[in-house]
Design a protein. Structure first.
Length: 218
């Protein structure tokens, strides 16, 4: 099925969202995240704070969105682009690994910024929930529309697995339970190979993907 191109209204909304997230990231890099207000981001993007609130719930969400923008849709598109004969579990795993690790210098610098504060890290981890809706649609199609409920469960499980992998990777230096309970932000030092962590977190889902595919075969 071919998706129709977005209309003028939708294109304007997309342009506004992009302007806000780019302004948020630029100001955070220039001033430091704690020195950026919602009003500053709105002004830099040429909109009102009220308009800003229609798109993002916090400054952290806007900053993180500049890094994660459209990643969820790209993961779903990558799965859809895999040949039909490719095992669904493999298609999903490779799409996730590709989209989370194939980043440019800009995204790398932004990720370093995100690791400096607890609120930004939490927003980055929360963004993984966005994987579920577009991935559900793709999995449903791959299962020949015979398992819409199953597709949603699988997609939600993928989102949870990705979050777990990222939590393990973004481990605060000198992390202790006492530091956690005190609310200390701390510098985060990525731990281990992110591709390996993602594959390890997604591996337990493979039997469920395989079972879903077998169930839909004639």
């Amino acid at each position: 099925m071919t998706t129709p191109p977005p209309g003028l209204r939708e294109r304007k909304k997309q342009a506004t969202r992009e302007a806000l997230r780019e302004a948020a990231l630029r100001l955070a890099v220039e001033r430091g995240p704690d020195q950026v207000r919602v009003e500053d981001i709105a002004e830099a993007a040429g909109v009102s704070p009220r308009t800003y609130n229609n798109y993002f719930a916090s400054r952290e969400q806007a900053i993180v969105s500049a890094v994660t923008a459209d990643r969820e849709a790209r993961i779903a598109a990558a799965v859809a682009a895999r040949p039909a004969g490719v095992r669904l579990a493999d298609a999903v795993t490779e799409a996730v690994v590709e989209q989370y690790t194939d980043t440019g210098e800009r995204e790398h610098k932004a990720l370093l910024l995100i690791t400096t504060g607890t609120a930004l890290r939490d927003a980055f981890l929360d963004a993984t929930a966005g994987i579920e809706p577009p991935l559900t649609a793709v999995i449903t199609e791959r299962l020949d529309h015979a398992g819409a409920h199953t597709a949603r469960v699988l997609a939600a499980s993928v989102a949870a697995a990705v979050r777990i992998a990222l939590e393990g990777w973004l481990r605060p230096a000198g992390h202790t339970e006492s530091a956690k309970s005190s609310g200390a932000g701390g510098l985060v030092v990525p731990s281990g190979s992110l591709p390996d962590r993602l594959r390890s977190a997604l591996a337990p889902l493979a039997p469920a993907f395989d079972a879903a595919e077998r169930h839909t075969r004639p």
